[in-house]
Design a protein around this ligand. Structure first.
Ligand SMILES: NC(=O)c1ccc[n+]([C@@H]2O[C@H](COP(=O)([O-])OP(=O)(O)OC[C@H]3O[C@@H](n4cnc5c(N)ncnc54)[C@H](O)[C@@H]3O)[C@@H](O)[C@H]2O)c1
Length: 304
C-alpha cells in the first residue's frame, strides 16, 4: 500500500484522480486544498473514507513529506486569461508552491516520486502536428510560462539532488466537474464543460474567434490513469510526457456536435491555434492508453 499526497484534490482533475485512486488502488491518499478554485462537494463522497484524509489548508503549510511515497502536485491557478492580470498571485500558486515542495524534499533528503501536472500550453501554437515532446517551447501566456518554469526547475534541481519526477503535459481535459458554477474563473475552464452548461440552459454557446482553433480533448479519467501509470513506474524517469487523445476537433465543430445556438465573440490573446498530441511516448514508456470517447461523453451528458 502506498501513501500518497495530492495537492489540489478538490479541483476538477484532483477530484477525478481521487475517484480513480480510491476505486483502483488500496493506497492512502492525503489531499490538500485551500478551496481557492476547488469545491469541497467534488470530494464529498470520500470524506468519510478511512483511506482518505482531507486537509482544508494551503499547500504552503505542508512542512514534511517524510510519510509519502508519491506526491501528485496539481494545485495551481490554471487559467490563461487571468494570469495576464493577477501576475504575482499566479506566480505564487503556479511556481512558488512547487518550489516549496522541492525545498521540503531537499531539507528532509526524502524524495517521494513527484508527479507534476504540466500543460500543453508550453507549446504555444506548435509547428509539428501532431506535436511530439521534442517540439520547441513557445509560451504565449504567463500561465504557460509558469507551467514551463516548474518543468525547468525540476530538470535543474535534478542535476544536484536525487529527485524522482514525471511531468505530465495535459492537453484539453474534459469530464465530470470540469465546470464549476461557483468558480470565479469558470469562464476560462474547459470549453466542453462551458458549452454543455450553456446548451443545457438553452443559452447560446460563445465561440471565440471564428472557432477554427482545434483542440485535443482528453477525458479526465485518462489523465487520472496517466498519473497512476507514472506513479507505479518502477524507474526514475525524470522526463515529461504528452497526455492527449491524439485527435483534434475545432471549437466550432464542438459547438455543432453539441447542438443548439451559438454566437461568436472576439478571439483571446495567448491561446493556441491548435493542440494535437503525439502521445506515443506515454503509450510506450508509461504503458498508458486513452480510453475516453468525446462523442459518447457529450451524448451521455446531454441526456441527463
Ligand atoms: N484543466 C485544464 O484545462 C488543465 C490543462 C493542463 C494542465 N492543467 C493542470 O492540471 C492541474 C489541475 O487543474 P484543474 O483543471 O483541476 O484546476 P482546478 O482549478 O479545478 O484545481 C486546482 C485546485 O488547486 C487548489 N489550489 C490552488 N492553490 C492552492 C494552494 N496554494 N494550496 C492548496 N490548494 C490550492 C484549488 O483550490 C483547486 O481545487 C493544474 O496544475 C493545471 O495547471 C489543467
Amino acid at each position: 500500500m502506498k501513501k500518497v499526497l495530492m495537492t489540489g484534490v478538490s479541483g476538477f482533475i484532483g477530484s477525478n484522480l481521487l475517484d480513480f485512486l480510491i476505486k483502483n488502488t488500496n493506497w492512502h491518499i492525503t489531499g490538500y486544498d485551500n478551496l481557492s478554485t476547488g469545491n469541497k462537494e467534488n470530494i464529498s463522497e470520500h470524506l468519510n473514507n478511512k483511506r482518505f484524509t482531507f486537509c482544508e489548508a494551503d499547500a504552503f503549510t505542508i512542512s514534511t513529506l517524510r510519510d509519502y511515497d508519491v506526491v501528485f502536485h496539481l494545485a495551481a491557478l490554471p487559467r490563461i486569461q487571468p494570469s495576464f492580470e493577477l501576475i504575482s498571485e499566479h506566480i505564487t500558486a503556479n511556481v512558488l508552491l512547487a518550489a516549496h515542495l522541492l525545498e521540503v524534499m531537499i531539507r528532509e533528503q526524502h524524495y517521494p516520486k513527484l508527479i507534476y501536472s504540466g500543460s500543453s500550453a508550453v507549446y504555444g501554437t506548435p509547428e509539428k502536428i501532431p506535436t511530439p515532446e521534442s517540439e520547441k517551447i513557445d509560451c504565449l501566456s504567463p500561465y504557460a510560462f509558469q507551467k514551463y518554469e516548474v518543468e525547468r526547475y525540476l530538470e535543474l534541481i535534478a542535476t544536484r539532488y536525487p529527485i524522482d519526477y514525471v511531468t505530465l503535459r495535459y492537453f484539453n481535459p474534459y469530464g465530470p466537474r470540469s465546470f464549476n458554477e461557483k468558480n470565479a474563473f469558470n469562464a476560462y475552464s474547459s470549453v466542453v464543460g462551458i458549452f454543455l452548461n450553456k446548451a443545457k440552459k438553452g443559452e447560446p454557446m460563445l465561440v471565440t474567434g471564428d472557432g477554427s482553433q482545434q483542440r485535443d480533448f482528453i477525458h479526465v479519467e485518462d489523465i487520472a490513469s496517466a498519473n497512476y501509470q507514472a506513479a507505479i513506474h518502477p524507474q526514475k524517469l525524470n522526463t515529461f510526457f504528452n497526455i492527449g487523445q491524439g485527435a483534434t476537433l475545432s471549437v466550432l465543430d464542438l459547438a455543432k456536435k453539441i447542438g443548439g445556438p451559438y454566437n461568436f465573440i472576439p478571439k483571446r490573446e495567448g491561446e493556441a491555434e491548435i493542440t494535437f498530441a503525439d502521445n506515443s511516448k506515454a503509450r510506450t514508456i508509461l504503458n498508458w492508453e486513452p480510453k475516453g470517447n468525446l462523442s459518447e461523453y457529450l451524448k451521455h451528458e446531454l441526456q441527463k
